[in-house]
Every structure is written in C-alpha cells, then in structure tokens.
Design a protein around this ligand. Structure first.
Ligand SMILES: Nc1nc2c(ncn2[C@@H]2O[C@H](COP(=O)(O)OP(=O)(O)OP(=O)(O)O)[C@@H](O)[C@H]2O)c(=O)[nH]1
Ligand SMILES: [Mg+2]
Ligand SMILES: [Zn+2]
Length: 293
C-alpha cells in the first residue's frame, strides 16, 4: 500500500502523486466508494494498492479537511479569488459568495486583482475600498509579471486553489509562476461566444513547497445552508458589532438597534459591500426557512 494525493481525474481514472516521490500513478477507484456516494476528488489524500499489471486501485480516501464543489476539490488551505481590473467586468457578488464558500470551510480567502496593466481605475478603487483593509490581497499582472514575487510568497507551503470568473487570468497567473506547465489560456471574446471556460477541469501541481490548483472557477447555483453566525464571520468589517445588536438573532438587514447598520451609517463599512451583503443575507434566511420549515 502507498499513499499520495490526487492531482486530476479523467474518465474514471485518477492520477495520484505518490508521497514517496516519482511520477503520478494511474488509479481506478474501488467500487464501494461509488456505493457509499463518496467519489475521490482532486486534492484527496488516498491510500492505493500498486498493481503489477494494469492500473493501481484507490483503497481509501483519508478524512478531508474541507471540500468545495463544482468542480470538486478537497483539502484546500486558501482560495485565490481572481478579479480582472478591466474585462471581464468584476462580479463583486460572486467574489462575496466565494468568500462565503471559503471561510466557513476553514479556507482562507485571498483576493488577487489581475490585469493591473490595463488600467481599470474604478475597479481598483472598489477593490481598495471593499477588500484591501479586511483581507489578504495582491495587485498583479500576468502579462507584465508585476506582483509575481508577492504571489509566489502567498503560495509558499500551502495548497492554493484559483477561483473566479472565466477570463480573469487564473491559468495565465499560474503560467507566470510555473511557465513549464504551459496551461491553455483563451481570449475573452472566444469564451463569451462559446459560453465556457478554457480550463475545463480542476488540476493540481506541486509548487513552492505546497500545491497550486487551476479550475474553471466555481459555479454557485444555489445558496447553501449557512447559519447567521457563520455568515457574520465572512464579514471581517463587522468586527464584534453583531454581539452589540439589540436582537441576538439580528440579520443586520431591517432590525432596529442593529450595530452593523450603525457601522455603515458611520462610514466604517463600505455601503456597496453592505448592500451586497443584504441580498445574500436574505437568500440565506430564505434557505434556512425552506430547510427548517
Ligand atoms: N492584459 C492582460 N491580459 C491578461 C492578463 N492575464 C490574463 N490575460 C488574458 O486574459 C485572457 C484570459 O486568460 P486565462 O488565463 O485563460 O483566464 P482563466 O481565468 O484561466 O479563464 P478560464 O480558464 O476560462 O476560467 C487571455 O487572453 C490572457 O492572455 C493580464 O495580466 N493582463
Ligand atoms: Mg483557465
Ligand atoms: Zn444587526
């Protein structure tokens, strides 16, 4: 038996990088995983049996630290949420949703503003106002290489997964850091024509003492179930204000005596991010009502 980490999965085969070194091993999964509804995913740490002939077999999936879905990736330390300074125009609501996927799962969100060579003053201003004071951030350009060292430092000794809209430059940034990979990148025009991502599946590469995962971004179809206390943790701007609200169950939307709304009124939290928050908070509330009745 050997142990390793899944770096990609294609057509029922999983490619496992052995902990003891050497090239990736082609594996099939044991049938009982499928029966129990658990499938191996990229990032999984697994135990596999080496075969003399044909492929090897994954015997066990070690307990996951966390799991993100669509695409499925496991055991992530940080989510690198990439935003473009110009095209495609930033979808800040998606950025906030990705932060909400990461934080409750124990994944650190890091916000990367790419294409800084293209101007985009409005986006830079919004980024500086809404995220820079509260999250780890970096301003980079995959084209000029600006911010490359900062990015390499962020990736050091961690398992980092890239996320964000199509064409923001996720694969281009990985190419900047690991040129030997020569990942496929694509024009925005081509992507919007065909309505799909150039990167089609999640894949992992060991790098900088950790690992880097490229993805086509994450599709967030519906709001997950999330308690208000977990949602509060996704907004470092709130500080300890939620504890000071008149109602312990305050959603900080329309309740009287809300300390979070006070923060916004005093200009201590960005109005724009707060407004995006209220939309999401209502979605999460509706979801809780739907589940709990
Ligand atoms: N000017 C400029 N263009 C960039 C930069 N980074 C990426 N691009 C271009 O943006 C386009 C999209 O880049 P990709 O790396 O394919 O984007 P992606 O986020 O991986 O997209 P998907 O795989 O579809 O999710 C390509 O044409 C890149 O050349 C940058 O820093 N500056
Ligand atoms: Mg890509
Ligand atoms: Zn409140």
């Amino acid at each position: 038996m050997s142990t390793g980490r899944i770096i990609k999965g294609i057509g029922g085969f999983y490619y496992v990088l052995p902990d003891c070194g050497g090239p990736a091993v082609e594996c099939k999964a044991r049938g009982h995983f499928r029966k129990s509804g658990i499938s191996p995913v990229v990032g999984d740490l697994v135990v596999y049996a080496d075969q003399k002939e044909g492929h090897s077999v994954i015997e066990d999936i070690l307990p996951r630290k966390n799991l993100l879905v669509r695409p499925s990736v496991a055991n992530i330390d940080q989510l690198l949420i990439v935003i473009s300074a110009t095209a495609p125009a930033p979808d800040w609501q998606l950025v906030d949703k990705l932060i909400i996927q990461a934080v409750p799962a124990g994944i650190k969100p890091v916000l990367i503003l790419n294409k800084s060579d293209t101007g985009g003053e409005d986006t830079v201003r919004e980024f500086s106002r809404d995220y820079v004071p509260w999250f780890q951030t970096a301003v980079v350009s995959a084209k000029t290489g600006s911010g490359k060292e900062t990015l390499a430092e962020i990736l050091k000794n961690r398992v980092s997964c890239f996320a964000g809209q199509s064409a923001v430059g996720k694969s281009s940034l990985i190419n900047l850091l690991l040129p030997e990979l020569s990942l496929e990148t694509g024009e925005l025009a081509r992507k919007t024509d065909r309505g799909r991502h150039t990167t089609r599946r999640a894949e992992l590469w060991p790098a900088f003492g950790g690992a880097v995962l490229d993805t086509p971004g994450f599709s967030l179809y519906e709001t997950d179930l999330l308690e208000q206390t977990d949602l509060n943790r996704c907004y470092p701007e709130f500080g300890d204000s939620p504890e000071k609200c008149r109602f312990p169950s305050c959603m900080h939307v329309s309740e009287p005596g809300c300390a979070v709304k006070e923060l916004v009124a005093e200009g201590k939290m960005s109005k724009a991010r707060y407004e995006r928050y209220t939309v999401l908070a209502k979605e999460y509330e509706a979801r809780r009502k739907h589940i709990y009745g």
